[in-house]
Design a protein around this ligand. Structure first.
Ligand SMILES: Cc1cc2nc3c(=O)[nH]c(=O)nc-3n(C[C@H](O)[C@H](O)[C@H](O)COP(=O)(O)OP(=O)(O)OC[C@H]3O[C@@H](n4cnc5c(N)ncnc54)[C@H](O)[C@@H]3O)c2cc1C
Length: 803
């Protein structure tokens, strides 16, 4: 038994240290020799041990033999099992690159990758744009007027957006744009979104998938020189038209066609071009666009371009005044007022040089879109979500301090505190993920899986924060009108959830479906080796993969038994344990990912309840890493610690629970039972965020303090008492200033010097009895007036409502 134990420990050490097959053979051979030498008498069972050892290890060490006896069979098996992949699937899979996501997937994250990422910084120009034109634009925006009265931005706002080049943030200066970093771009969208979703979406679209990005990456010089300056100064309004009635999430299945043919164009009788027919819907800025970036399937039935009949998805720029183009009426997306609508084209003839990148880029449209969407997903909607969450936290937190029920600020009730803590904790996570990811994008990373994580997680969590805000605001959130800062935001949430990859699909298909292949240290290379028929490469990768699996198993047990206490990670006294738990859970994740791939193979694609939970593990580990990095970037501020603890404890707990959930859903219960023992040998150590964190976090939101200012930094803040948020800001300051005076009156009531009743009704008596001064009484009067102003709601005449 002791020798058997020694063998298990030795195998564990070899696996943990990722020892090569040669070293493992020698070490296990050495142990076996020692066992035989100490035996009193050699028997036939000893001989059979030697035989087993030789049969197992000789083929593993003699590579040609190994290839013939093992790898060849696996190669054939996997080749047959590999699900067929369409071109659009392959191009989506190959878009962008991997970054910290691949480290988490490896089960052994190299923290230097994250530690060496410099925090995002704005240039002087970017900062002055944020403090200048963005602030001015926000001050010009009256969301109620935009969404209720006008159903559009006012002319002066449109003009300002165009002249200040809000639509050209990512266009280089040489083409007349602002050439901002992704971080600055995100900061601008975030601030505007805290004022008006309509304006934010209007600015967002030209800077994300609007054809400018496609032109920059793939356009011909001629196209860039013509379009980019016009897009930068708003002379051209772009829209990107991909979705149609029959192709939504599965946009690659669009029925829109282009046929290569000769046609008449600008007075010429025989121009080589494309005859287009399409029907699109939901196109943002479509109703006012001057140029459409159109995606369609290109066919060449007369072989005018070459041998292929179906060329592939292609993207072209179509001026909307081209004969045959119809711009339809407007959709009305949930009471928001950004321009959105259908458009279609009937036998529209375009020359080949309207294709983005010219004739050389025929059939590359899908690849172009996927590459550009990859980074786009990490910027616009996340910025919008963080803007909405910060706005909700700042104002609902203040409202909870201002609003009184049962003679107490509602923010002091435990039920409300719990909700406030959740809102603030989530917002801390959201902003950390936004800032850290933007910093990576600024360094040139294009992490596809991370951008899907950001799109999904940030929009979902924003939905929860805004919902929580609505609960706390009560009737003042529900009754719409010029005074309500939150109702419109609440109404428009599903737009963020649906666009740029609807969330259910993003979670279940993109994050893990793509991640399992892109981020896995071996799977994509193994698949490539199989596709290329390269047995040698497959053999090498496969045995490295086995070593990786063995390492993860040993690491899981060791880290589980020690709770990762001896693992070397960054972090201080406050945070080290979280770094360790991330590392520990990432090994469990890597182990289960391999098991899922092994047992489910290609069918994992359809097991969305499993892949969705894998996505949750990866996302929570990523978000938690961002929180730790963000905390460090912010100078490890003491007053932020409750938020950091909440964010880390919740994320780690959710990752752990998702792992547990996966174990219940994977096949072969006896194996998953064993795997559960390997991943959690001493049970599950992580719990939801501690109760003791709730009060200090809620206090961040209900007070006027630096932690609150940092948490909500970057949104539009004003102190105009007639503004929907300005009235809450001013009321909070007034209410806080009056708090010590209220306390004096309450004490006097307790001591029976003053009678029971409303503070405001006792002011004169309190002055007479010298409990408070005249100035102190004025503080209470000012606070009461501001409080009433902050809690008031709009009302309308019947006629006003009917319009
Ligand atoms: C306001 C707004 C603005 C838009 N702007 C533009 C634009 O500018 N340009 C443009 O081209 N498009 C635009 N879109 C289109 C947008 O990208 C699509 O709405 C989106 O792709 C989803 O398509 P769908 O609405 O047809 O929903 P569907 O594709 O019908 O999806 C319905 C539901 O099914 C789920 N689902 C689908 N497939 C799967 C799957 N395999 N697994 C799990 N769940 C799945 C989705 O997640 C979703 O929840 C916009 C849409 C809206 C609403």
């Amino acid at each position: 038994m002791l020798w058997l134990l020694a063998l298990i420990i030795l195998a564990g050490i070899l696996a943990y240290r990722k020892a090569s097959i040669h070293w493992s053979t020698l070490a296990i051979g050495g142990l076996l020799t020692a066992y035989l030498l100490t035996a009193e008498k050699l028997s036939s069972s000893h001989l059979s041990l030697w035989m087993t050892y030789l049969i197992a290890f000789i083929p593993l060490n003699v590579i040609p033999l190994r290839q013939k006896l093992i790898s060849h069979w696996l190669f054939v098996l996997m080749k047959n099992a590999l699900p067929p992949m369409s071109q659009t699937e392959r191009e989506a899979l190959e878009a962008g690159n991997t970054w910290w996501d691949a480290e988490l997937f490896s089960g052994n994250p190299n923290w230097d990758v994250l530690q060496n990422l410099p925090p995002a910084k704005f240039s002087k120009e970017e900062q002055s744009f944020i403090d200048g034109p963005v602030e001015t634009l926000c001050a010009m925006l009256n969301d109620w007027d935009i969404t209720y009265n006008r159903k559009d931005l006012p002319d002066e706002v449109w003009d300002y957006i165009k002249t200040q080049k809000f639509c050209g943030m990512m266009i280089p200066k040489k083409y007349g744009g602002l050439e901002f970093s992704e971080s600055a771009h995100s900061e601008v969208v975030m601030k505007i979104s805290s004022r008006s979703t309509t304006a934010a979406v209007t600015v967002m679209v030209p800077n994300s998938l609007g054809p400018a990005k496609l032109l920059l990456n793939y356009g011909t010089e001629e196209q860039k020189n013509y379009y980019l300056p016009r897009l930068a100064n708003g002379e051209e309004i772009p829209a990107f038209a991909l979705t149609g009635p029959h192709a939504g999430s599965d946009a690659g299945a669009m029925p829109d066609t282009g046929i290569v043919c000769y046609g008449k164009f600008k007075g010429q009788d025989k121009v080589l071009g494309i005859k287009l027919n399409w029907e699109k819907r939901y196109i943002t800025l479509g109703p006012i666009a001057t140029v459409l970036g159109l995606a369609f399937k290109l066919y060449d039935p007369d072989h005018l371009l070459g041998d292929k009949e179906y060329i592939g998805i292609t993207a072209a720029l179509i001026p909307t005044n081209t004969p045959g183009v119809s711009i339809g009426r407007r959709h009305y997306p949930l009471d928001s007022a950004f321009q959105n609508g259908p458009n279609w084209g009937k036998d529209v003839f375009i020359p080949m040089d309207w294709i983005i990148g010219g004739a050389a880029q025929v059939g590359n449209g899908w690849k172009m879109l996927m590459q550009c969407l990859t980074t786009g997903r990490a910027i616009s909607l996340p910025a919008l979500s963080v803007g909405a969450s910060k706005l909700t936290c700042r104002n609902t937190g203040a409202y909870a301090r201002i609003r009184k029920q049962f003679n107490l600020p509602i923010g002091e009730f435990e039920g409300i505190e719990e909700v406030l803590a959740r809102m603030a904790g989530e917002t801390y996570i959201l902003d950390a993920a936004r800032q850290v990811t933007n910093a990576a994008l600024d360094q040139g990373e294009k992490p596809a899986v991370i951008s899907a994580i950001l799109k999904y997680e940030l929009t979902e969590r924003m939905r929860r924060v805004v919902n929580d805000g609505m609960d706390i605001q009560g009737g003042s959130g529900i009754c719409l009108g010029a005074k309500n800062y939150l109702g419109r935001m609440y109404q428009v949430i599903p737009v963020s959830i649906t666009v740029e990859g609807a969330n259910i699909l993003t979670r279940t298909m993109m994050i893990f479906g793509q991640g399992a292949i892109r981020c896995h240290p071996y799977v994509q290379q193994e698949m490539a080796a199989i596709t290329e028929g390269n047995l040698e490469a497959f053999d090498k990768l496969f045995f490295q993969h086995i070593g990786h699996w063995g390492h993860n198993k040993a690491a899981c047990i060791w880290l589980g038994l020690t709770n990762a206490r001896f693992l070397s990670t960054p972090g201080d006294r406050e945070t080290k344990r979280y770094y360790r738990q991330i590392a520990r859970l990432s090994v469990g994740f890597a182990l289960l990912a391999d098991y899922a791939l092994l047992t489910l193979g290609g069918s994992l694609k359809r097991k969305e309840r499993i892949s969705g939970r894998f996505a949750d593990v990866l996302a929570n580990l990523y978000l938690c890493s961002c929180v730790l990095k963000h905390y460090q970037n912010q100078g490890s501020q003491k007053d932020e610690r409750p938020l950091v603890h909440w964010a880390c404890q919740e994320s780690i707990y959710r990752a752990q629970q998702a792992l547990e959930d996966i174990l219940t859903k994977l096949p072969f219960k006896w194996v998953t039972g064993m795997l559960s023992g390997v991943i959690f040998p001493l049970g599950k150590p992580n719990k939801p965020a501690k109760e003791s964190l709730i009060h200090p976090i809620a206090a961040v939101l209900t007070g006027d303090n630096p932690a609150r200012d940092r948490l909500t930094k970057g949104i539009y803040i004003n102190d105009n008492p007639d503004d929907p948020t300005g009235r809450i800001e001013t009321a909070l300051i007034a209410v806080l200033a009056a708090t010590p005076v209220e306390a004096k009156i309450k004490l006097a009531q307790k001591q029976k010097i003053l009678p029971k009743g409303e503070t405001s009704a006792l002011l004169n008596e309190a002055i007479e009895k010298q409990i408070i001064s005249q100035q102190e009484a004025d503080l209470i009067r000012i606070a009461e007036k501001a409080r009433f102003n902050a809690i008031s709601v709009d009302d309308f005449s019947e006629q006003e409502l009917l319009g």
